[in-house]
Design a protein around this ligand. Structure first.
Ligand code: 5AD
Ligand code: FES
Length: 361
């Protein structure tokens, strides 16, 4: 069995190498984080890019067993921001030189929703004089709709696969065509084919998930050739079916550490991609996102949803920043990036270097 420094010096990694890296502790763990950080600096630099996150609606047609805003959760107060509120949030991002916004919501596949997003993309481009890059994170849609949005000006799309293990996927979702692993995978292929910078990700520390599954997730990202990854710890929510398994989970601190290890390992595996320091990290550790950056992440998504609505977009419990307003988040995140020895790429799109490299081949 090779030790961690030896594995880290390799140029390719087997499934067993990845599993060993996921298990390392103490000094070896420190070496892993350091390798994630130096690889990042070498291949994408130490700039951290902001994506202003607008959680514009928590109305969702799906019923994922882990998610607090699932359709069957009657305790949620449902909201849908007006176009005016969304455009105001986008203007805030533009005025503060964030470079990009992410439009995120629960899933809705109606034609009216598709048209609304198209209009919003056009308007955000207009009011920002094309300065703002637009990432979408609004779930599974038809290829035609994805194309319509791309043509309107969105150029990045996030759709987490949640887990690359199809059996586990079926344990954490209802068994119906609306929650089908292959359909989701098909969406990721369609997005890439259309020309989006394509992002995916997984939850870490799900019930029934093993280290072997996480090693498979990393290999899945690599085999797909993904451009961006956002992944974070699974956090239980009392109004969801998976809550029943809360006593079988890894302790929060372990889920947090595993998430940092996943970031560092992924950075070593896919050196030029964009990796998000997920907000869920900060639900466990108050310095969670800084630690994510130090482990190899280069993207932060400051929440610019108007404060009033934040308490209703609880995918998981203990979500940080629900009492803040966008201006407070900006100052806070600037300080956080500085703490992690990073520099903010203000006014830049911060596109995935991996995307550019694969386009130039
Ligand atoms: N814990 C952590 N992450 C969650 N998400 C949804 N519910 C939870 C939870 N309970 C993540 C999913 C989804 C993203 C928007 O939020 O990975 O894709
Ligand atoms: Fe909304 Fe999963 S519950 S997409």
């Amino acid at each position: 069995m090779s030790n961690i420094p030896e594995i880290l010096s390799q140029s390719s990694f087997s499934h067993s190498d990845l599993e060993q890296l996921l298990q390392c502790e103490g000094e070896e763990k420190r070496l892993l984080y350091e390798a994630g950080r130096t690889t990042k600096e070498l291949f994408v630099g130490n700039k951290v890019y902001f994506r202003g996150l607008i959680e514009f609606s928590n109305i969702c047609a799906k019923d994922c067993y882990y998610c607090g805003i699932r359709r069957s959760n009657d305790a949620v107060h449902r909201y849908n921001l007006t176009d005016h509120e969304i455009l105001n949030a986008a203007s805030f991002a533009d005025e503060n030189n964030f470079g990009s916004v992410v439009l995120q919501s629960g899933e809705n596949s109606s034609p009216a929703f598709a048209q609304r997003i198209t209009n919003l993309i056009t308007e955000i481009k207009q009011i920002s004089n094309n300065r703002l890059g637009i990432t979408l994170s609004v779930g599974e849609q038809s290829e035609e709709v994805y194309r319509q949005w791309y043509e309107a000006g969105a150029h990045r799309y996030l759709l987490r696969i949640e887990t690359s293990n199809q059996l586990l996927y079926h344990k954490i979702h209802p068994q119906d065509p609306q929650h089908d692993f292959n359909r989701r995978l098909g969406c990721l292929h369609a997005l890439r084919e259309i020309g989006y910078q394509t992002g995916t990700g997984v939850m870490i520390g799900l019930p029934f998930q093993t280290l072997a599954d996480l090693a498979d997730d990393l290999l899945f990202f690599q085999q797909f050739g993904i451009d961006m990854v956002g992944m974070g710890p699974y956090l239980e929510h009392s109004q969801t079916p998976l809550y029943e398994f809360r006593n079988e989970l890894l302790p929060l601190q372990k889920r947090f550490e595993l998430s940092l290890k996943m970031i560092s390992i992924l950075r070593i595996l896919m050196k030029d991609i964009n990796i998000v320091a997920a907000t869920a990290l900060q639900a466990i550790d108050s310095l969670g996102r800084e630690k994510g950056i130090k482990a190899g992440a280069n993207i932060i998504m400051p929440n610019i949803t108007p404060g009033l609505y934040r308490k209703d977009y609880l995918l998981y419990e203990n979500k940080p920043c629900v009492d803040e307003e966008p201006s407070q988040c900006k100052g806070c995140l600037e300080a956080r990036v500085a703490l992690a020895d990073g520099e903010i790429g203000f006014g830049e799109w911060g596109d995935s270097v991996h995307f550019k490299n694969r386009k130039s081949v």
